[in-house]
Design a binder for this molecule. Structure first.
Ligand SMILES: NC(=O)c1ccc[n+]([C@@H]2O[C@H](COP(=O)([O-])OP(=O)(O)OC[C@H]3O[C@@H](n4cnc5c(N)ncnc54)[C@H](OP(=O)(O)O)[C@@H]3O)[C@@H](O)[C@H]2O)c1
Length: 215
């Protein structure tokens, strides 16, 4: 059965999944790139960006798992871009250029409707204005039996966790302090919702923790 997965999601030691003050210059918020240093060095990330180099190793192996077996993605509107409020036009097409790294249908949660956006390489962004359950239904249908990955950002993952809709959650815990930003787990009792820690693996630049929802 298709699983709903959060993978490769980085948090700081103090629990933030993004830094403060996201904007065009700071897609991950101020100091946010420190969260992703474990990923930026991997062969997986470098190949996604057209580079032949990059490190093999544990971080790379774990990163690769996060892209295996996926049939659709769900993103929050802030992860899709820096535009807030009503779309002024349809010019913004995501951070990722003409060929985003998804290669599937991607359902973007937003309060502001927009026509679907087809990109090179098979990515098609659909803007969903009727909530997380609708986005998940549409994603599962589009995934055709493969898994659905909730890509982020922070508030989107929080919504799906609170609703108990995430089957598997992989956190890459980075040994950095952000001090401020978007906290991932504050106020969410994962244990009460039914999550348990399956395993943790020390990678080169992050500790990978895998949680699973009890069935
Ligand atoms: N640490 C990591 O590994 C990682 C991974 C991915 C992303 N990120 C970072 O996370 C940050 C973004 O996270 P975020 O928490 O600011 O925002 P987000 O989850 O990406 O998006 C939140 C926005 O999505 C829309 N939305 C969410 N739920 C909705 C619902 N139920 N109905 C309608 N609209 C809904 C709303 O936008 P509107 O009301 O404006 O339409 C809301 O403000 C970025 O900095 C990104 O780079 C980090």
């Amino acid at each position: 059965m298709a699983r709903v997965r959060v993978q490769n999601f980085a948090i700081s030691l103090d629990g933030y999944g993004a830094g403060p003050n996201q904007d065009l210059e700071h897609p991950l918020g101020v100091n946010g790139p420190e969260l992703m240093e474990w990923f930026f060095q991997t062969r997986v990330w470098r190949q996604m960006h057209g580079q032949a180099d990059g490190e093999a190793g544990i971080d790379n192996d774990v990163a690769a798992l996060g892209f295996a077996g996926l049939g659709a993605w769900i993103l929050g509107r802030n992860m899709f871009g820096p535009v807030r409020g009503p779309w002024p036009d349809n010019a913004w097409k995501g951070w990722w250029g003409d060929e985003p790294p998804y290669h599937t249908a991607v359902f973007v949660l937003t309060h502001y409707a927009r026509p679907p956006l087809r990109m090179a390489g098979g990515t098609e962004f659909h803007f969903v204005t009727d909530g997380i359950h609708s986005a998940l239904r549409q994603a599962i249908a589009a995934a055709g039996g493969k898994d659905v990955r909730i890509g982020g950002g922070v508030s989107t993952i929080r919504e799906y966790l609170k609703a108990g809709l995430v089957d598997e959650l992989h956190l890459a815990i980075r040994p950095v302090l952000l001090g401020a930003g978007e906290p991932l787990l504050t106020g969410i009792d994962l244990r009460a919702i039914g999550y348990q820690c399956d395993k943790s693996i020390a990678g080169e630049r992050a500790t990978h923790v895998f949680l699973r929802k009890r069935t």
